[in-house]
Design a protein around this ligand. Structure first.
Ligand SMILES: NC(=O)c1ccc[n+]([C@@H]2O[C@H](COP(=O)([O-])OP(=O)(O)OC[C@H]3O[C@@H](n4cnc5c(N)ncnc54)[C@H](O)[C@@H]3O)[C@@H](O)[C@H]2O)c1
Length: 270
């Protein structure tokens, strides 16, 4: 078999959470370009529909499902959409994530819990739902189980810490432990579970935060990081820098690779 056959995703079905924007949208497009049929999950329906339109425009197949990854019923609906619409599930990319920054001495319990819920609990529920469905599919296949993939989203903040991100760093570090355990439990079903830890990627999460905005980074903090990166010769990443690595973790090239977290930061952290 040619190495290029292992790159193709024809016949596979993928769920991508947080697929309405940024890295999730780019991941959904990349997997669709490879031949996978996609369930586009996002808490915001309009951006999710936009992603579906973009996938259809390149000749792919996709359905949008609105839902919050912190709600088990919403996660169950994502899995059901994959099985009902496309009859299978080979790839689960758990991209949905969010920040709510603040120094620890000022961080409210609500701020802490919200970030743990969306990033860590959301990833747990998505892993749980995907593993359940993938186990059933693998059992039905008997001895010749297809490789199936779960890709979680950590961050360099989870591996190295980051000023103002105690909540987010804790959640993203937790995702590394979760990933390793899901990888071990997935072995006999041929499920590989890995994580990516992006550095700085230009998306809504890293955009300049204006007064009253819920998303983004205050301009002063932003400029400091960007100046440091510029000084070191590190360019700001784009979503495609991450979706390319998620693609590798989603296709048959990575069938002997599991339980790992890949730092994808262009040298911001080494
Ligand atoms: N941008 C970066 O520099 C960076 C760095 C490290 C890690 N990450 C991680 O990459 C992932 C994608 O981030 P991004 O930069 O593309 O952000 P983004 O804000 O552009 O996209 C995130 C998407 O997730 C969706 N979402 C948020 N909360 C949700 C919920 N509860 N349920 C379902 N969907 C939800 C949003 O609606 C949005 O469309 C996140 O897990 C983030 O933590 C990003």
């Amino acid at each position: 078999m040619s190495i290029l056959d292992d790159v193709k995703l024809d016949g596979k079905v993928a769920i991508v959470t947080g697929a309405g924007r940024g890295i999730g949208q780019e991941t959904a497009l990349a997997l669709a370009e490879g031949g996978a049929r996609i369930v586009v999950g996002d808490i915001d329906m309009d951006p999710a529909n936009e992603t579906v339109e973009k996938i259809k425009a390149i000749g792919g197949q996709a359905v949008a499902v609105a839902g919050n990854v912190t709600a088990k019923a919403d996660v169950d609906a994502l899995i059901k959409a994959a099985l009902d619409n496309f009859g299978s599930l080979e790839i689960m990319a758990n991209v949905a994530g969010i920040t709510r920054d603040g120094m620890i001495h000022k961080m409210s319990e609500e701020q802490w819990q919200f970030i743990i819920d969306v990033n860590l609990k959301g990833t747990y529920l998505c892993c749980q739902g995907a593993v359940g469905a993938m186990r059933d599919l693998a059992k039905a296949e008997g001895d010749k189980k297809k490789a199936r993939k779960i890709i979680n989203f950590s961050s360099v903040a989870g591996l190295y810490g980051n000023k103002g991100q105690a909540n987010y760093s804790a959640a993203k570090a937790g995702i590394v432990g979760l990933t390793k355990t899901v990888a071990i439990e997935g072995l006999i079903f041929n499920i590989q579970c890995n994580a990516v830890a992006p550095g700085w990627i230009d998306t809504r999460l890293t955009a300049a935060k204006k007064e009253g905005d819920k998303f983004g980074i205050p301009d002063k903090d932003r400029q400091q990081t960007l100046m440091y990166m510029n000084f070191m010769g590190i360019r700001a990443g784009v979503p495609q820098d991450i979706s390319r690595v998620v693609y590798f973790l989603s296709c048959d090239l990575s069938n002997y690779f599991t339980g790992m977290c890949l730092n994808v930061s262009g040298g911001l952290k080494t």
